[in-house]
Design a protein around this ligand. Structure first.
Ligand code: PMP
Length: 378
């Protein structure tokens, strides 16, 4: 390319050029490339083990947990979680719905267990904030099998502030018993620390901060796998955590080998770049630059999420004064190589998704175009 191109897609998203270059070189230089090799081969097993060990390093995952690269994206875990945890003595699960993805999760769970909505917003939810704890329906939460929340809502741009989850109110003093805390971290995994004393299951598709689409990183407390008192007997095999645990290299069937391999390259790259803290700082700085500009635009650009507390560092939805101006902005941005900025169809407007591979230069370039459009039409 003669000019840099920045992909602001919500996922699949941009990956570091050096990782793409290495993947491309390896594809043609190996006797059997990682795209063609057997998932039961020694080589692929080593690739998986390396990916797991780098992930453990980046997220400080300890031995209480098992790491999987499951098929079916994060969506399959929407089903797997109730099958594995809410099929025994406890059939009730609590879901905090803060955006599109957690509402998809509760919809699936409702087919499998008794899924209770923690925050009822009526028929037209806005998803622009997270309510005060006093508004949460958690009266009988102690009887639930688990509590599910989404740490970062990719479509609505709502993210839990670090360390603000009301652990004590939900879990009590310990995490050795139900309700187990389950977190969908699809769109902010590897951008901050995870409290492993509190969480029992954390999952996220690879296609945002990690690699290409196809696999779902799922980190599960070991003692919750293979539990007849928790699991449904009719669990479909691709949802069955125990089945994966007891298979060679923890793969029951053919995994998304391409996705695991490129994820492994990128995880290694992330370790070299400075690990979790580096990406946390980057996420904070990128989003601060963009929100500061939005907030200083005298209302020409607006972001609907409660400032500053619940605004996502990863996905920033924003609106110009009219849909026609949104379109004008989007075409001008595309001419400059700033791509995939159209908002999700349920929200309209624009959205800038900025995952780990997005450099600060990308955000500066975005703000520059936003400024020009405002100066011309504001
Ligand atoms: N949860 C969140 C927060 C997401 O952003 C997405 C995908 N954008 C999903 C779940 C669903 O993931 P997948 O497409 O990998 O099934």
């Amino acid at each position: 390319h003669s000019r840099p191109v920045y992909n602001f897609s919500a996922g699949p998203c941009m990956l570091p050029r050096s990782v793409l270059q290495q993947a491309s070189d390896d594809l043609l230089s190996w006797d059997i490339s990682a795209m063609e090799m057997s998932h039961r081969s020694r080589e692929f097993t080593d690739i998986s083990l390396q990916a797991e060990s780098d992930l453990r390093k980046l997220l400080s995952i300890d031995d209480r947990f098992e790491v999987f690269f499951f098929p079916g994206g994060a969506t399959l875990q929407f089903s797997a979680i109730p099958y594995n945890l809410a099929g025994g003595v406890r059939r009730k699960a609590y879901y905090l719905t803060t955006g599109l993805w957690s509402s998809q999760a509760i919809k699936e769970a409702g087919k499998i267990c008794d899924a209770v909505e923690v925050w009822d917003q009526g028929t037209k939810p806005q998803y622009t904030t997270i309510p005060d704890l006093s508004k949460w329906n958690i009266r009988d939460v102690k009887d639930a099998a688990y509590f599910h929340y989404c740490d970062n809502e990719t479509v609505h741009g709502v993210e839990f502030p670090q360390g603000e989850f009301p652990f004590k109110e939900i879990l009590g003093d310990a995490n050795a018993h139900a309700p187990y805390l389950v977190c969908d971290a699809s769109s902010n995994i590897l951008t901050r620390e995870i409290d492993w004393d509190r969480h029992s299951v954390v999952y996220g598709g690879t296609q945002k901060n990690v690699g290409p689409a196809g696999a779902c990183i799922t980190i599960i407390r070991r003692d919750l796998i293979d539990r007849k008192d928790l699991q449904r007997a009719d669990t479909p095999v691709l949802c069955d955590w125990r089945q994966f645990m007891n298979s060679p290299a923890k793969y029951h069937n053919t995994p998304a080998t391409w996705s695991v391999w490129v994820s492994a390259l990128n995880l290694r790259h992330m370790v070299k770049e400075g690990g979790g803290l580096h990406y946390q700082k980057l996420a904070e700085e990128r989003s601060r630059i963009l929100y500061d500009f939005i907030d200083s635009s005298n209302g020409f650009y607006t972001n609907p999420v409660t400032p500053i507390k619940y605004r996502s560092r990863m996905n920033v939805p924003f609106f110009l004064p009219t849909p026609a101006l949104d379109d004008l902005f989007l075409s001008k941005a595309a001419q400059r190589g700033l791509l995939e900025l159209r908002g999700h169809k349920v929200t309209g407007g624009c959205r800038a998704s900025m995952y780990n591979a997005m450099p600060l230069e990308g955000v500066h370039a975005l703000v520059e175009v936003m400024k020009e459009v405002k100066d011309e039409w504001g």
